[in-house]
Design a protein around this ligand. Structure first.
Ligand code: GLP
Length: 245
């Protein structure tokens, strides 16, 4: 695992965007695994800027997103599809038919999960997976559990996750209680992983995940076993691991 400590959010975002850009420049038909949340917003800004300047071309790129809230349709401004469209799809030349987000609105979540696993398989797996990390160490919406989930599955969100995501909603009751997420197996099969984390509230999950035991109780800890994982932190998120790197 490679750890990069950037000065601030802007530098963290640029470093992560540079790694994604390198992937796309090397393989124009790359499959990018993408993430939502506040952490990757700056990364998408940098990628959109590189596209605007004519330095990147997403016309042959495919994207598969990590997760979606249960019951959310694309037109819902709180949906992760809407987030992706706003921050990335609409700002670059990725083809709409090449973008994929789990279908949180499928009345049969099990069907949606199997369909999503098929999509990941059909596109040939993920070349580079971008990740954030939750305050409880979750990746995608893989919450702390007794075992690592392999494929796409429906999860009940932890109270700490509901509270962390509360800032995107008007009131806490509006935050969905469940979501469909790609499994740890699919994430770990990505050929390359880039995780971004910023801010003080990521200090503990960063310390526990990358310097503690590998355990499903701290889902991001599994990344210690990935052969090509780069963790890009800002100084605040790196504060508790500074003396270990
Ligand atoms: C959500 C997403 C995760 C994301 C996490 C952290 O729970 N499902 O993929 O990593 O939030 O979000 P933020 O980057 O806003 O701290």
């Amino acid at each position: 695992m490679r750890l990069i400590v950037a000065k601030n959010y802007e530098e963290m975002s640029q470093r992560a965007a540079d790694l994604i850009a390198a992937q796309v420049l090397q393989e124009e038909d790359s499959v990018l695994g993408l993430a939502t949340g506040g952490s990757p917003v700056g990364t998408y800004d940098c990628l959109a800027e590189m596209y605007r300047e004519g330095r990147l071309d997403f016309s042959k790129v495919t994207s598969v997103n990590l997760d979606e809230y249960e019951g959310m349709t694309h037109d819902n401004p709180q949906s992760y599809w809407y987030f992706m469209n706003e921050h990335f799809y609409s700002r670059v030349n990725i083809r709409p038919e090449n973008t994929h987000v789990p279908d949180g609105a499928d009345p049969d979540p099990e069907h949606a999960c199997r369909a999503y696993d098929r999509i990941i398989e059909e596109v040939g797996g993920i070349d580079l997976q971008l990740l954030g990390i939750g305050p409880d160490g979750h990746i995608g919406f893989n919450e702390p559990a007794d075992a690592f989930a392999v494929g796409t599955h429906l999860v009940t969100l932890e109270q700490s996750t509901i509270e962390a995501n509360r800032r995107f909603f008007e009131k806490e009751e509006d935050v969905p209680r469940s979501a469909v997420t790609m499994g740890i197996g699919s994430i770990m099969r990505a050929r390359r992983i880039v995780l971004v984390a910023n801010g003080e509230n990521k200090q503990d999950p960063v310390l526990a995940s990358f310097f503690g035991p590998v355990t499903p109780k701290m889902p991001a800890s599994i990344l210690q076993l990935h052969p090509n994982c780069t963790v890009v932190l800002d100084e605040a998120a790196a504060a508790k691991i500074r003396d270990r790197i």
